[in-house]
Write a protein that binds this ligand. Structure first.
Ligand code: TPP
Ligand code: MG
Length: 431
């Protein structure tokens, strides 16, 4: 039996049924349960005003949170969710993500990186759980929190670190920086600074795949994964793309990384219905809510969603409930989140959980895992040394890949880039 058949998938109800349930005072009054958020908000049926409450007695019933059932069922069959090899791949990828980001923090504070840098610590189970199931031709589209998606997709630590250092050896030759990782070879289609911006790009990549298969008759079953946050789900592009993807049955998975916060705005205060997965069925696609701190559960859901897309059965919306262990960016003092909430999620570290699973099930020994950690330390150290020693891009690169015609701005009457004029960087060039 497939994972999804064990999950009760909410399908769009007929209009009469939907309006009847919408009017139910119980639904409107009920508190919103999340796995670990310390916030509990009540919605008034009359005013729509929100108020805090610690009561959980009238928790909203959620018929789809059934990933535990999938896992139980799977366990009954094979007893284990992964083989030793698979488990070690997941562990290595998550350690790479974590160590890389910790190193970024150090390098940022040493002044090696510029602009905003958003780290992924705590969310590794989502990137690893999904991306490690992909083939090279499949596309990944990320946000400004993109370093770890790039690494999971196979972009080298050297290329990502150099990009962060603004060096010519970076995956975008130093022109993208932290928020704009891109790599054609690995089909990493960005890195986007504006929230929601990547979702249409992912939808377009999925359309390309379908067009190649159905119109050009190519043997193409490429899938596209769009990663984005909870705050982004209040943005119009999300809805437009859900609509198009469902309408055209596109091979895409919309992966919501619900870390409960959009900078300093609590998810529960910012959206009309915090259960994002419910928006899938409204557009005619499955919606699934999974514990995003458990890479094995994420992987089970991801497998089914990706295979469904590959089979040509259309999109899926997956809400992964996760948490970031650092501030929104390295410039954020992170004073707004409740320390109790942070402490709760600290105990749910996805790497610690995987390590426990692997050792308790005799899939790996402590020395094997230590060896992986050592290997990753060396990779990350090497990436820093490589980035540091790499050259800066030449000034002639400054106006390359600029969409607007730079004539009249960057090119002088002699046809040469003004940025090559002596003194340009001192701001003396006439433009
Ligand atoms: C179109 C747009 N509006 C506003 C912003 C400013 N902004 C940057 S991050 C962010 C919050 C996004 O939160 P979420 O989608 O939950 O992602 P997270 O940072 O939690 O991963 C906002 C509003 C932006 N980058 N783009
Ligand atoms: Mg968020």
């Amino acid at each position: 039996m497939s994972a999804f058949s064990a999950i009760k998938i909410l399908q769009p109800p007929p209009f009469a049924a939907r309006s009847a349930s919408d009017k139910s005072p119980d639904t409107l009054k009920s508190a919103v349960p999340f796995l670990g958020s310390t916030s509990r908000l009540l919605r008034s049926p009359h005013s729509g005003a929100l108020a805090s409450s610690s009561s959980s007695s009238s928790s909203r019933r959620c018929s789809v949170v059934a990933v535990a059932e999938v896992v139980k069922q799977k366990k009954a069959k094979s007893n284990l969710l992964v083989t030793k090899e698979e488990g070690l791949v997941l562990y290595e990828d998550m350690i790479l993500g974590r160590s890389f980001e910790d190193m970024c923090a150090q390098m940022y504070y040493r002044g090696k990186m510029f602009g905003f840098v958003h780290l992924y610590n705590g969310q590794e189970a989502v990137s690893t759980g999904f991306i490690k199931l992909l083939k090279k031709e499949d596309s990944v589209i990320s946000t400004y929190r993109d370093h770890v998606h790039a690494l999971s997709k196979g972009v080298s630590a050297r290329a990502v670190m150099s990009e962060l250092f603004g060096k010519a050896t970076g995956c975008c030759r130093g022109q993208g920086g932290s928020m704009h990782m891109f790599d054609k070879e690995h089909n990493l289609l960005g890195g986007f600074a504006f929230i929601g911006e990547g979702i249409p790009v992912a939808t377009g990549a999925a359309f390309t795949s379908k067009y190649r298969r159905e119109v050009l008759k190519e043997a193409c079953d490429d899938v596209s994964l769009a990663f984005f946050g909870d705050g982004t789900c209040n943005n119009g592009q999300f809805y437009e793309c859900l609509n198009m993807a469902a309408l055209w049955k596109l091979p895409i998975v919309f992966v919501v990384e619900n870390n409960l916060w959009a900078i300093g705005m609590s998810h529960l205060r910012a959206t009309s219905d915090p259960q994002i997965w419910k928006k899938g069925p409204a557009f005619g696609m499955p919606g699934v809510h999974v514990d995003g701190m458990d890479v094995l559960k994420v992987r089970e859901v991801a497998k089914e969603a990706i295979e469904r897309a590959r089979r040509g059965e259309g999109p899926t919306l997956v809400e992964c409930e996760t948490y970031r262990f650092r501030g929104h960016s390295l410039a954020d003092p992170d004073e707004l989140r409740d320390p109790a909430e942070k402490a709760h999620y600290a105990t749910r570290d996805p790497i610690v959980a995987l390590k426990k699973y692997l050792t308790e099930n005799n899939l790996a020994t402590e020395p094997e895992l230590k060896a992986i950690e050592k290997k990753i330390d060396e990779i990350v150290e090497d990436a820093v040394e490589f980035a540091d020693a790499s050259p800066h891009p030449p000034r002639s690169q400054l106006l390359e890949n600029v969409f607007a015609d730079p004539k009249g701005f960057g090119i002088g009457p002699d046809g040469r880039y003004r940025c090559e004029d002596p003194g340009f960087t001192e701001g003396t060039a006439q433009v």
